[in-house]
Design a protein around this ligand. Structure first.
Ligand code: NOJ
Ligand code: CA
Length: 556
């Protein structure tokens, strides 16, 4: 297959397109269902290309659509170079890709290199093979401790299950060993010192690049290299995904050896024209982000700081400046994100009293404290315009353009997320942000498909549907559309200048071309500065910007 993009594409020729792009994350099983089986699919995405075009985005990022038993929403991959038959075929994928490219929308796919699923042919082979075999070396199999090897090889704690070691007999193995998994037991970790593993991922990157895929989102990018030297070091409590502060020498996560892997990947990316791009999901100390965002490695790295930054001027200003300084230091571009498929929807966070412990609130099905849905959506829109004005790329999550809230009352019997199923009564999990999208006000599953939805949708989805919001020029959808289209025209050099305000709850910055952005977080109504108003996230009242509002304006 040709290594240059096919000529049918309506894509720009700018090699730096990714530096200031707007990328929309699609969670395929919950986006649009074309055949009425309750599960979103590839043809569903293709059918919604006009909608994606109407958002004026530069790219979509598709969460995994590969064959999977869905032990972790598709992040348990059976086959990296195929499409799950429940979601379609490779031909459907090609059709979708061509359709998106024709409309000038690029495509990122998700690469999950830390672990496969237990149904991957290599893991099945490993389970059937003998200890010490070549097949077992692709994963991390070890003898247990105790007189008969009945205890796990180390005290390492997994992100989902209590231990990060599972006895192979769970999956029918007869070698008496344990295997490592940082996530669920159905997600066995690869041994990244194994050359076959390394080569297979190069093959996967080429496979999708040859099909015309433009970029890759790298799952748990900081996790691949591990300290497997024995005796194993101790980690009796889960130290978070990042093992922050270990300066590249932790047991797991953000070890220096990981960059050799990405340097090899970079050689593959650069064989294409334009070079393929990648964005790392790396929960690491901010100081370490540049190592992943280097143009010698992955090129870009998610900066998750706004996911946890309270909607408050001081915190937003500090977070913004730190991120910009970091990007400049590394000559990469900033990445902004408020939501993704692992997080409580940001409209909900911003409609709750900030003092509320959100985990407990979720466990109470959202009943222990009131949620102000209206102000949550309003603040969320203000936050979106704030970050869309900043230099760098913005990664958005499907449904945030509708101002959607978290679904907090999914009945226990319907819950799919291992984060809940394995942490029963401690963590409600992430299904609440993965409920299929509402397209219409009425009808089966609000227009998601004709045969229901794989997670139950609440009644209030009707008012947040695309159909309703399209008719309302002040809806979140209308404002996202206008903002994203304007952003393309207004884009400027990757710097900002801060302007003084008379209220500590108000932030004002501008870009070199005269594009200004002012946000009133929680202050009194604030007089609108002089300039031509381009867009406001909420209407001005008597010429004043009220709390929870961002205004873009033009002033030379
Ligand atoms: C991060 C993904 O975003 C999340 O959904 C998944 O559970 C873990 N990585 C494991 O793959
Ligand atoms: Ca379907």
């Amino acid at each position: 297959m040709s290594k240059t993009l096919k000529k049918t594409s309506g894509l720009s020729t700018d090699k730096n397109w990714w530096r200031q792009a707007a990328i929309y994350q699609i969670y395929p099983r919950s986006f649009a269902d074309s055949n009425g089986d309750g599960i979103g699919d590839i043809k569903g995405i293709t059918s919604r290309i006009p909608y994606l075009k109407s958002l004026a985005i530069d790219a979509v990022w598709l969460s995994p659509f590969y064959p999977s038993a869905l032990a972790d929403g598709g992040y348990d991959v059976d086959d990296y170079r195929n499409v799950d038959p429940k979601l379609g075929t490779l031909a459907d994928f090609d059709e979708m890709l061509a359709g998106l490219h024709k409309e000038g929308i690029r495509v990122f796919v998700d690469i999950v290199p830390n672990h496969s699923s237990n149904l991957h042919e290599w893991f099945k082979e490993a389970i059937d093979a003998k200890p010490g075999s070549k097949a077992r070396d692709r994963y991390v199999f070890r003898d247990g401790k105790g007189v008969n090897g009945e205890l796990p090889p180390s005290d390492w704690v997994s992100h989902f299950a209590p231990s990060s070691w599972t006895h192979e007999s769970t999956f029918g193995g007869k070698g008496g060993q344990w295997f490592l998994h940082w996530f669920a037991p159905e997600q066995p970790d690869f041994n990244w010192e194994n050359r076959e593993v390394q080569k297979d991922f190069l093959k996967t990157l080429k496979f999708w690049s040859d099909r015309g895929v433009d970029g890759f989102r790298i799952d748990v990018a900081h996790g691949l290299a591990k300290d497997l030297s024995e005796p194993f070091r101790s980690m009796p409590v889960h130290e978070g995904l990042e093992q922050r502060g270990n300066k590249g020498k932790g047991i797991w996560g953000d070890r220096n050896e990981v960059f050799a892997i990405y340097k090899e990947w970079r050689k593959v990316f650069n064989q294409y024209d334009p070079p393929r791009v990648a964005v790392a999901e790396a929960y690491v100390h901010p100081e370490r982000l540049p190592l992943y965002a280097s143009t010698k490695t992955l090129g870009q790295c998610f900066d998750f700081r706004f996911i946890e930054t309270p909607f408050e001027a001081g915190a937003y200003k500090a977070a913004t400046q730190e991120a910009i300084d970091l990007a400049q230091k590394n000559k990469s571009s900033c990445t902004w994100t408020l939501s993704n498929h692992d997080q409580i929807r940001h409209a909900t966070k911003m409609g709750l009293n900030p003092a509320v412990e959100r985990r407990d609130w979720m466990l109470s099905n959202g009943t222990s404290h009131p949620l102000d849905m209206k102000s949550g959506t309003q603040n969320a829109l203000a936050a979106t315009l704030y970050i869309l004005g900043l230099p760098g790329s913005t990664y958005m999550y499907q449904g945030e353009e509708l101002g959607l809230h978290e679904v907090t009352d999914i009945p226990e019997k319907d819950i799919q997320d291992p984060q809940y199923l394995r942490n029963l009564k401690v963590d409600k999990g992430r299904d609440g942000c993965r409920v299929p999208l509402p397209w219409t006000k009425t009808g089966s599953s609000f227009g998601f498909g004709t045969g229901g939805a794989h997670l139950p949708q609440p009644k209030w989805f009707a008012d947040y549907s695309v159909e309703v919001e399209e008719k309302d020029p002040s809806s979140p959808l209308s404002i996202y559309r206008t903002a994203l289209a304007l952003r393309k025209e207004l884009q400027s050099k990757e710097v900002i200048k801060w302007h003084k305000t008379k209220d500590i709850s108000v932030l004002h910055y501008s870009r070199p071309n005269g594009w200004h952005c002012i946000t009133n977080f929680r202050g009194h109504a604030y007089p609108m500065p002089k300039g031509e108003i381009l867009l406001a996230s909420s209407p001005l009242v008597n010429g004043r910007i009220t709390a929870g509002t961002t205004v873009w304006f033009w002033k030379k």
